[in-house]
Each structure stands twice: as C-alpha cells, then as structure tokens.
Design a protein around this ligand. Structure first.
Ligand code: F0G
Length: 476
C-alpha cells in the first residue's frame, strides 16, 4: 500500500470528536428519521458529509481575519480580495456573495427566462434548482464514460462536444442564455475536465454567441489533475493552468467553501459590463453592498489567503494523494467505487454493493444509514433520494443512472488513521451487506427533497403489517 504524501502542515489547534455507543447512535438516527441531514454534529465521529465549508483554516488565514475591515463600503478587505481574484481568474468584474448558490441565483435571475436551456457537463443540485426556479431547463451533456463507474478515463468530467453541438442546433442558440461547465464535476464523481475539452466547449459556445460560465468551486483540484494527466502541462504551475482555464470563459460562479478554503463565502465574476451592472443590483437587493456581498470584511480576507494557499503544489499533492489513499483502501476491500477517484471525495457504487435493494427503496441512502450505525461515520447519498422525481408527462418516478454514496474529505482536517478507521468500518459493513434493509419514504418536499426527507427501514414484519392492512382494507 503506497502512503500519500505527508500533510504539509502540523496541527496547532484540536477539536475533540467522540464515538457514541451503538445504542445512542441507533436512537439518534431514528430521531433523525433515517436522514443524516437530521443528525447533530456531536452525534458524529467522522464527518465525511461534505468538503464544503468544513475545511481547516491556516494560521495565515486566522491572522488575516484580525485585520478584516468592517467598513460598509470600500473596505480594505474587499480590495485585497479583488487583487487575488484578478490575478487568478482575470475577469474585469467581480462581486462577493455569501456562498456559491447566491452567485448562481444572481446569474439565473439576470439571464434565465422561462423555457430557456442551460447546458453543462452536469449541474450541481443548487445550480440545477436555481435555473429551474427561474423557469429554465438545466441540461447535462457529460461524456458517456462518466456513466461507467468502473472504467478508467483521465477526464471523466469532459463535456460531449458532439452532443453539445447537436443540442444547440436542435433547441436554437437564442434559447440558451448561457452555457456552463462544472470543474471538477461534483455530481458525476468529482471528475476533472481537461483543458483541451474546456477549449472546445469555449469555441463551441463562442461560435453560437452563447456566454460561457464555469462553476469553479474546485478549480485548483481540477488544475492539478490537468498538470498530472494532460500532455504538455507537467511543467506548468497550478496558477498558470488556472489562468489558462479562465481565459476561455466569460465568467465564473464560485463557492469559496471548497477551493477558497473558507467556512463561508463565494463570488461571481464576469467580463460583460452590462451584466455586471444588472448583477450588482441583484446583489444589493438580496446580499449586500458590492464591497462585502453578504460577508464580513474578515471573511473576504480569509478567502483572499485561502485562494492562494489552495494553489500550492505541496498542498495539492497531499490533497489528491489522501483521496487516492482512501480509494485504494476501499478497493482492497472489494468495495466498488467510481474510478479513478476524484480529488474531494470517493464515490461508492451503492447500487452495485447493495444490489438486493431496488432503486425505489433507496440503496445508497440505506448504506449511509448503515455506515453511521456501524461506526458513527456520516456520508451523503447521491442517488434516488436526491435525484428521483415524478415525470409530469408519464406520472411515473424517474430514477438516476447511479446510486452513489459520497465520502467527501474536508481540506486539512482528517489524518491517515481517520481514513484507516473509515476503511475498517466499510469492511465490517460490506461483510453483512445482504442484511441491510431498503427504506420507504414517509415525507418529502417537491424540490431538493433529500435535505428534509423522512424515511423508515422496510423490515420483514413491516412488509407483513403493511400487507395485512392492505388486505383488511380490501376485505372491507
Ligand atoms: N457548485 C458545485 C459544483 C458544488 O459542489 C456546490 C456545493 C455548489 C455549486 C453550491 O455552493 O454550497 O456554497 O452554495 N456543494 C456542496 C457539496 C454543498 O456538498 O458538494 P454553496
């Protein structure tokens, strides 16, 4: 087993975590209606729910926070951040927002009209919902290889250029207010996009006069994959690669809770002045004045430092190495994962592991519950609970192609022994996976239902009592 490059930092402050006993965990998960969003943080031992806003800040970031300028307008913190953003991303205009979805909301509010389409490789669920909320139709055009979990492809986040061209010709460029691409492709396994693909996507959008926006949440991780895997980039720095990526676009939406290395924050950038003016008005209406955008001055300073730190090569080598290490441990145990692993998470193919549970009984959700029960680990479902929906035309449920469980790694938080523990718990869970029950849904809202859904395990006697109730109804 190859170990990952050692952490390029040492620990100066610690946050205690505790493994509760099995009985307490059982009570907790029942109380949360078998939805891990409902658990309290203190009920969790290892939290791999998300890499978003959960990273550890550096001493430089904490020090910069003390220098935060809290002036309502024109704060020094804003100008410090503006300089960093200008250097890395290179757009003439930028607006801070409180997080990524606020940037997505502003972009959708300014540009999307009902019935219009927004293509991407794959939209993340908040991007999808923000476009839908304006009456738009988000469309995913990722390459076919993205759907084959076990096979190797260096850039499974790439967009299918042929599909994109056909799509634009079919719906008409006037029906597409802007096009997107997500780097790395979170909804498809955290897979990177190559520079050659970004170039072709950019050319295609340009040819049809469609503005091109990058969802840049994990841009540094994507840049490092390009350095490692794309011919011609081995000698370039992550900063140079990032600059080359963004030179191809008309703007970005960013959740700095990922590769901004902060607990809160985001921004939107653009080249177009008219769009900037419109976006600025939206920002003032909902987020705040353009030099703070819903954040404190100190948050802007932490972000300015984080955006620099995330591009350091020793950090990125450790980051990608840590995820590859966890993936290797799971692979060793025979756990099916999306290959090759991305940078921010390992995605387990729960549909394959729990093949005895049909999709309408939420196999991936069942695995998340079981990992919590077995070892106090919190992971997230990306399957039929998150993406299953009723087709209004056929009145039938539509399920996603994959039932995944994501193990997201917060940045600079867990050590190798934490990951060894996770692998050990996976081993125990997988050994009795045929006994894991499916789940029934007792409550779910229409949009973004995974956050507040309530579920219950389907037990053999549950089946029986349901059948008996149905029988007695019939006999009446
Ligand atoms: N785009 C991508 C690709 C994301 O992964 C996220 C968030 C967002 C946009 C929205 O950003 O949370 O700051 O509003 N992803 C988190 C996750 C929530 O767990 O993957 P936000």
């Amino acid at each position: 087993m190859t170990l990952h490059p050692p952490e390029p930092f040492r620990i100066k402050m610690v946050e205690p975590i505790k493994l509760l006993d099995r009985n307490t965990r059982e009570v907790a998960i029942r109380g949360a209606n078998y939805n891990l969003f409902g658990l309290r943080s203190e009920e969790i031992f290892i939290d791999l729910f998300t890499d978003s806003g959960t990273s550890a800040m550096s001493q430089a970031q904490w020090a910069a926070m003390l220098e935060g300028d809290e002036a309502y307008a024109g704060a020094r913190s804003y100008y410090r951040l503006a300089e960093v953003i200008q250097d890395i991303f290179g757009f003439p205009y930028f607006l801070p927002t409180h997080q990524g979805r606020a940037a997505e909301n502003i972009l959708s509010a300014c540009l999307v009209k009902p019935g219009q389409y927004v293509p991407s490789n794959m939209h993340f669920d908040t991007t999808y919902a923000n476009i839908r909320a304006r009456g738009g139709l988000p469309t995913n055009l990722v390459i076919e290889e993205a759907h084959h979990t076990g096979s190797y492809h260096p850039f499974k986040g790439n967009m299918d250029i042929e599909k994109l061209r056909d799509f634009i010709n079919r719906v008409g460029a006037d029906k597409i207010p802007f096009g997107m691409i997500t780097v790395t492709n979170n909804a498809g396994g955290g897979q990177p996009v190559s520079l050659e693909n970004l170039r072709r996507v950019s050319q295609t959008y340009k040819e049809f006069g469609i503005p091109f926006f990058i969802d840049a949440c994990r841009f540094a991780e994507n840049a490092y994959f390009i350095k490692l895997r794309e011919p011609g980039y081995a000698d370039k720095t992550p900063l140079e690669i990032s600059q080359e990526m963004f030179a191809l676009a008309d703007g970005i939406t960013m959740s700095a809770k990922k590769d901004g290395m902060v607990n809160i924050g985001g921004f939107i950038t653009m080249r177009d002045e008219a769009l900037f003016e419109q976006a600025r008005n939206e920002l003032i209406l909902r987020e705040g004045f353009p030099t703070y955008g819903g954040l404190a001055g100190r948050d802007l300073d932490a972000m300015a430092i984080g955006l620099r730190e995330v591009l350091q090569e020793e950090y990125l080598a450790y980051r990608l190495g840590q995820t590859a290490y966890l993936a290797a441990r799971l692979r060793e145990l025979g756990i099916p994962i999306i290959e090759p692993p991305g940078a921010h998470a390992v995605y387990v193919d729960a549909g394959l592991l729990l093949s005895h549970i049909p999709q309408e009984q939420f196999p991936a959700q069942a695995l998340t519950v079981e990992l919590y029960l077995e070892g106090g680990i919190r992971t997230v479902e990306i399957g039929s609970l998150t993406f299953g929906h009723l087709d209004p035309d056929t009145d039938k449920m539509v399920y996603p192609k994959l039932e995944l469980v994501r193990l997201a790694l917060p940045r600079r938080v867990y050590t190798q022994s934490h990951l060894d523990y996770v692998a050990e718990i996976f081993g125990k869970t997988a050994a009795r996976c045929d006994q894991i029950p499916g789940y029934q849904l007792n409550y779910a809202p229409k949009l973004l239902r995974q956050f507040t859904a309530q579920l219950e395990p389907i037990k053999a006697d549950n089946h029986l009592s349901k059948t008996l109730t149905e029988l007695s109804i019939l006999s009446v």
